[in-house]
Write a protein that binds this ligand. Structure first.
Ligand code: C5P
Length: 226
């Protein structure tokens, strides 16, 4: 093991909510694929190796988008799995550094300063550090009977990526959720099953997740203004 930082970028989903014929991570803003934006920002923030998890059928398209033939420092592709957590697990098996960041390719504009802050917290002893933002909408919970009740949004946070971990902690967490047979939508939720404390730091509006068509327009505009 060494104290460098590997980023595992999950890009093996189909991105059906965004529409289009190519995987979401290959959609472009400012002439560059979302995944390339994400990878560049992770490297600028201090990651020395980036493993991008993809569907095997998309290998050539990702090689072109990431210019793997003429790579930057340590950008490589590996095959993801059925669910997001399977894609992360497959990537983790390749990690040989003390610390790992897990990032959604769908968050292309994550600031390098946020990446650097997460790495700094890990090096200072945090086992798990995640960026979060306050929730701006009022939130209601809807029961199976269709009745709803309001939830105090002051206590809620929206969770972003990259999420940073001590690699051995995240490996143990993924083993645990696999044993329990539970599905998690992010890696901090997996770590929580071990009783490990999840450290929250302020996230960034720039790290928005491109999910719906309007998000592509917003991301392009944010990039122009940044
Ligand atoms: O579906 P959702 O938007 O939550 O996916 C989050 C990220 O996980 C996306 O970047 C997607 O490409 C990735 N993913 C994956 N493998 C899967 C499913 C999703 O890498 N099997």
């Amino acid at each position: 093991m060494n104290s460098d930082v590997t980023a595992v970028v999950v890009a093996a989903g189909s991105g059906v909510r965004l529409g289009g014929t190519v995987p979401k991570a290959l959609r472009t803003i400012a002439g560059k694929a979302l995944v390339r934006h994400a990878v560049d920002n992770l490297i600028a923030g201090g990651c020395s190796r980036v493993i991008v998890m993809i569907a095997d059928s998309e290998r050539q398209a990702f090689e072109e988008a990431l210019q793997i033939a003429a790579p930057g420092p340590g950008v490589e592709l590996a095959v993801g799995g059925e669910q997001r957590q399977d894609s992360v697990s497959n990537g983790l098996a390749l990690v040989d550094t003390d610390f790992v960041l897990v990032h959604d390719a769908a968050r292309p504009l994550v600031p390098s300063s946020l990446v650097a802050e997460i790495i700094s917290q890990l090096r200072s002893g945090s086992d798990c550090v995640i960026p979060v933002l306050p929730v701006v909408d009022s939130i209601r919970e809807v029961g199976a009977d269709g009745r709803s009740s309001v939830i105090d949004r002051g206590r809620l946070r929206a969770v972003q990526t990259p999420q940073g971990f001590r690699t051995d902690v995240l490996v143990a967490a993924h083993r645990r959720v696999s044993e329990l047979g539970v599905e998690v939508t992010d890696d901090a939720a997996a770590v929580e099953t071990l009783g490990v404390e999840v450290q929250l730091i302020p996230g960034s509006e720039m790290a928005l997740k491109v999910t719906r068509p309007i998000d592509l327009v917003i991301a392009e505009q944010l990039l122009k203004e940044s």
